[in-house]
Structure formats: C-alpha cells, structure tokens
Design a protein around this ligand. Structure first.
Ligand SMILES: NC(=O)c1ccc[n+]([C@@H]2O[C@H](COP(=O)([O-])OP(=O)(O)OC[C@H]3O[C@@H](n4cnc5c(N)ncnc54)[C@H](OP(=O)(O)O)[C@@H]3O)[C@@H](O)[C@H]2O)c1
Length: 269
C-alpha cells in the first residue's frame, strides 16, 4: 500500500525531497505539501503534481508520514499546532530540522509518537546529499524503511544508533560542504597568485575536487591509499603534503570539527 506523506513547510529542502520521491516513483497523489506562501504552493503543484494546502492540520491528519520541513525556529509553533490532528492516526514523524532534539518534538506533540530525526546537508538540494537518521524506540521497522526511502531520494542516508551522534554528523557532513568550499577558495586564490587566470584557477580547482571525490567513491581504495598512490617521493605533491603537515593541517581539521560538534551540542541545548 502506498504511504501518504505530508510535508509541513514547502521550502527548498521539501521541494528537493518531493522531487526525488516523485522521480523515484512515489505517486504524486500520495504526497501533500502544506505551505503558507501561495506562490510556493502553486510552484510545487505545477512542478510535481502533488497536493498542496495552507492547512498543516489537514495535511497531517490524513498522512502515514509527516515530514517536518520548516526552519528550527518555526518548529514549536508548527508541531504544537498540528499535534491534535495527528494524535488519533499516530503517523511517523520525520524531522529534518537541524538541532531540534526528539525530546522537544515529543513535548510539543504531547503524545508518545514514533519520531525519526535526520540531519541532511545542503547538497541534498541537488539530490547529492549525505543524511544521517536516528529513530526513537516507537519507530517500527517498516517506518524506518519509510524514513530512509524519503531521505534517500536526496542522496545517501545512513542510521546512527545514538541521537548524540547527530552532533558529530553535523560536524562532518552537515557543516562539511563549507570546509571544502574554503579549501577551494584558497586553491583558486593561490592559483591566481601563481599566474593562472581566475577562470582557469576555478575550473581546475573545481574539476579536481570532483575528480578526487569520484576516485575516493569509485576506486574501492581508501583516501590514504589514493594519496600515497599519487605521491612520488621527492616530487611536487610530496613537497605540498609535507608543508601541509608541518603547518599542522591534521590537528587543525580535528580542532575545527570538534569545535563544530561542540557548537552543535550547545545549540541543541
Ligand atoms: N537547506 C539546507 O541545506 C538544509 C540542510 C540541513 C537541514 N535543513 C533543515 O531543513 C529545514 C528546512 O530548510 P529549508 O532550507 O528548506 O528552509 P526554507 O526554504 O525556509 O523552508 C521552510 C518553509 O516552511 C515554510 N513555513 C514557515 N512557517 C510555516 C508554518 N507555520 N507552516 C508551514 N510552513 C511554514 C516557510 O515559508 P516562508 O517562506 O513563509 O517562511 C518555507 O517555505 C530546516 O529546519 C533546516 O534546518 C536544511
């Protein structure tokens, strides 16, 4: 039987998940998006032929899965507002809001709901995301599959068995795209200083990032093996890597990611 899925919030992330679901064969008629902005509702209905409404309660009451896709600051209002309509049917609740703990969601719902909390990242908007999921004890195996299917429509999805690990996930993949952007910025800037044009430095840097990621994903070798494989003793790569190491690159990465993990804990309360 096809699951009915409601999205509360029809913004960027919801559009990406809805698009992925429809593309992978989920019937659009079994998806409804609740969104206050009329223009966004029209756009979602036109692009994906899904149902739209401005009424969170109506969408939530009729669904097997309710995806909370509003900004974290809007979560309390949205969840308390829809809770009464969800209590009887007791749908699976899937949250994509960064930093909102399951305990808070259950307080707002005020009944013992099955809840999956997820931490997607920005490339999910291109269908290339990395998402971690955590389920509370009320979630059945069938509901775990449902949550995984929804998040997989925007990239890879994997489970963690401790909600606290979502802070580590935030440090690695949640904030991770920005680390790569920073490295790209510095490589482009330095390429220009070394005489390349801006467009040459940019094209070479970005294609190198893509190529390196694809090699790491597709070669069956670890990043360490790949690094050793492209580093001839006494060569140019060896010189650059020695200088990275002397500058404390590894320690700096560890300090930065640990800082992000700690900040995620602070923000989650
Ligand atoms: N974008 C990312 O890369 C990313 C990554 C990880 C996690 N997330 C999480 O994903 C969630 C959604 O992010 P997003 O980027 O998709 O944000 P977004 O584009 O702002 O989407 C949120 C949508 O919810 C709507 N909304 C506001 N109040 C509402 C209400 N009371 N009822 C129903 N809908 C309401 C907003 O309408 P208005 O336009 O009127 O505000 C907006 O269209 C956030 O919790 C965020 O933490 C996003």
């Amino acid at each position: 039987m096809t699951r009915k899925i409601a999205f509360l919030g029809g913004g960027n992330m919801a559009a990406s998940l809805v698009g992925g679901l429809v593309e992978s064969g989920h019937p659009p008629a079994a998806i409804v998006v609740s969104e206050p902005v009329a223009e966004k509702r029209r756009d979602l209905a036109e692009r994906f032929a899904v149902g739209v409404t401005a009424d969170n309660r109506e969408a939530a009451a009729a669904s097997d899965v309710v995806v909370l896709a509003v900004k974290p600051q809007d979560m309390a209002e949205v969840v308390t507002g829809a809770a009464g309509a969800m209590r009887e049917r007791g749908p699976l609740v899937v949250s994509i809001a960064a930093g909102t703990r399951i305990g808070r969601i259950l307080e707002w719902l005020d009944y013992p709901a099955p809840v999956v909390r997820t931490m997607p990242n920005t490339p999910a908007l291109l269908g290339c995301g990395a998402t971690a999921l955590f389920a509370n004890e009320a979630v059945s195996d069938e509901q775990r599959d449902a949550a995984e299917t929804i998040l997989q429509s925007a990239g890879i999805a994997l489970w963690v068995d401790d909600e606290g690990l979502l802070d580590a996930v935030t440090a690695v993949s949640g904030s991770g795209p920005a680390y790569y952007f920073l490295l790209m910025e510095h490589m482009i800037r330095t390429g220009e200083r070394l005489g390349l044009t801006a467009s040459q430095a940019r094209a070479l840097t970005l294609q190198t990032a893509l190529g390196a990621a694809r090699m790491a994903l597709e070669s069956g070798r670890t990043p360490e093996e790949l690094r050793v494989g492209v580093t001839s003793p006494g060569g140019t790569t060896a010189r650059a890597l020695d200088l990275f190491r002397e500058g404390g690159f590894g320690e700096l990465v560890e300090t930065a990611l640990t800082g992000a993990r700690d900040r995620s804990r602070e923000l989650g309360g």
